[in-house]
Design a protein around this ligand. Structure first.
Ligand code: TEU
Ligand code: CA
Length: 556
């Protein structure tokens, strides 16, 4: 494959509201981010993805944008954004913005104008459709529960919202809408950002007949993804998007793509794909419940390992996926992918190693590098996220008790990843001098940046070594371009693979089992590059790995 500037990069996701508060109002902001750029540089990352910082009423925490050209007041000003770009640039860090263009906020000027004149020009920026016999135009369930259609006040029409009712879907069939979005994208690229993470993008193509589908839940509705999967033609929009924007700037783009037709991988992210990369959600979807979080299932090691291996093999030589353990929509990986006996610093380092050394682009989510975990809330009222409230209600309707429903949220809530970043052991974990907008995880006294910085054996110190190894002169080519080869695929305990490029061969060996394991090596060991145990025993043609031990070494 042709080499691209972003192939060897390591990315870091910031959820601005919870990263660092620079002015004491309890909300993270741009000033706070600027104050932590040195920290990120020290960690070793290259690209920073900012979850949305645009003006927004924050119904869905900034994923509902009311002005694409403005910075949310809560986060600061455009001058501060420009300063962030400049300060990042000085440190050779690049900024990637979130691009939310499937929908905007109901407070956006376009939607407000559409409401005023439901037969006018702006109504055609959205999907306004007549209902059927006093019902919505179709039986779709929005991603956040309830009908995906909301009545346009004072009319017999409804507008489509695949997400919350405050997030009306933009009509991509309207060339004026596309043109305005392209202009906006280029305006940001002209500022010097390196690219975009592209939100919920598969949803932009609708089946314009909006047919009903068979109900798939107790609410009598069907998932709106059925409609998305039933229609072709998203590629034409994506090609036009790329041609008019990203490709003119050699931008790095990473798509948030669910429900893609499997055979479309190369079309989406191949050599000449619509995007540079897209997230690998193969592990994430393993726990998806049929009716929601309440019937989601725990992830077992064997199936998780297989899912990772399958997607690595599937994109080998074709595409570079972006590998994540967690993001702002997910519970913490340390509380999800590790068996209970491995939920400790050694286990967290092991999980990180396996993920960061895969083929693709590693994305680290804020707090992952210190091993932040899910956060227990005392009551449903402590959760902010709208989807958590929706899922809680669903669980109750299915007959779970309040305690059980709360436990479901503890496992799956998006707020698990949205609690404030834990900087030190002072009040509010050093995140704010005011009252934090969301509760800080109780474990901040033990789990925080400051303590881990001083401890050479901490998760944070380990992550630094891990990233440094991936980017080292000697090994970077292997980790970026080397072939991925799974090893001991049948093992119920060991996750092992090698990365091979020409003469160079590196092996990653991790013991997810409860007990020590003895593993026979395929060839003689050259040198140990990294490990999470102090003293590594004698390695010849076999290695003895303790529970939660990971070892990275080169082979002769
Ligand atoms: O998520 C899109 C998405 O597909 C959701 O269904 C996701 O699975 C959701 O988190 C379920 O709880 C993106 C953003 O990442 C998310 O934060 C936004 O809420 C959503 O789009 C709407 O913009
Ligand atoms: Ca603030």
């Amino acid at each position: 494959m042709q080499k691209k500037w972003w192939h060897g990069k390591v990315a870091y996701q910031i959820y601005p509201k919870s990263f660092m508060d620079g002015n004491g109002d309890g909300i993270g902001d741009l000033k706070g981010i600027i104050s932590k750029l040195d920290y990120l540089k020290e960690l070793g990352v290259d690209i920073i993805w900012l979850s949305p910082v645009y003006q927004s009423p924050f119904v869905d925490q900034g994923y509902d944008i009311s002005d694409y050209y403005k910075i949310a007041e809560e986060f600061g000003t455009m001058e501060e954004f420009d300063l962030l770009l400049c300060e990042a640039g000085k440190r050779d860090l690049q900024i990637v913005m979130d691009l939310v263009i499937n929908h905007c906020s109901d407070q956006h000027e376009w939607f407000q104008k559409a409401l005023k004149e439901p037969e006018g020009e702006y109504a055609d920026y959205f999907y306004f459709r007549r209902g059927k016999n006093g019902n919505p135009p179709s039986n779709y369930r929005s991603y956040f529960g309830g009908s995906a259609w909301e009545q346009v006040p004072g009319t017999d029409k409804y507008y489509l919202h695949m997400f919350a009712k405050e997030q009306p879907d933009l009509n991509w069939e309207n060339p004026v809408v596309r043109q305005k979005l392209f202009e906006m994208i280029n305006w940001w690229l002209d500022k010097g950002i390196a690219g975009f993470r592209i939100d919920a993008i598969i949803n932009i193509k609708k089946h314009l007949d909006f047919p009903d589908f068979e109900a798939d839940g107790p609410d009598g509705l069907c998932a709106c993804t059925k409609m998305v999967e039933s229609v072709d033609g998203v590629g034409e929009f994506l090609e036009e998007l790329k041609e008019n924007t990203f490709s003119r700037y050699d931008a790095f783009t990473v798509g948030e793509v669910f429900n893609m037709k499997e055979e479309a991988l190369e079309e989406f992210v191949g050599e000449d794909g619509y995007f540079s990369s897209m997230f690998d959600f193969a592990s994430h979807v393993l726990s998806e419940g049929k009716n929601g979080w309440y019937d989601a299932k725990d992830i077992e090691f064997k199936e998780w390992k297989q899912a990772v291996i399958d997607s690595q093999m599937n994109c080998q030589g074709k595409a570079y996926l972006s590998n994540i353990i967690e993001n702002h929509d997910e519970p913490r990986g340390a509380s999800r992918y590790l068996p209970d006996y491995a939920r400790n610093p050694a286990g967290i380092k092991m999980l990180g190693t396996v993920n960061v050394l895969l083929r693709g682009i590693p994305f680290i989510y804020q707090g992952q590098e210190i091993g932040m975990t899910n956060c227990r809330m005392r009551d449903i009222s402590e959760y902010d996220d709208l989807d958590t409230h929706n899922q809680y209600e669903r669980a109750l309707s299915a007959g779970l008790t309040k305690e059980e429903a709360l436990e479901v949220c503890y496992k799956y809530s998006r707020d698990n990843a949205r609690t404030p970043m834990q900087w030190n052991d002072e009040a509010n974990a050093g995140f704010t001098k005011g009252i934090p907008w969301m509760r800080v995880n109780d474990n901040y006294k033990e789990v925080n940046v400051e303590a881990q910085r001083r401890d050479a054996d901490s998760v944070l110190s380990y992550y630094k070594k891990l990233i440094a190894l991936r980017k080292s002169e000697e090994w970077k080519e292997v980790f970026v371009y080397g072939e991925f080869c799974p090893l001991f695929e049948e093992s119920e305990k060991v996750f092992a693979f090698s990365r091979i490029l020409g003469e160079k061969k590196v092996m990653v060996l991790a013991n997810f089992g409860r007990d020590a394991e003895i593993v026979a090596l395929p060839s003689e060991i050259d040198k140990v590059l990294l490990g999470n145990r102090e003293c590594i025993g004698d390695i010849k043609d076999t290695v003895s790995l303790e529970a939660c031990e990971v070892l990275v070494f080169s082979l002769k």
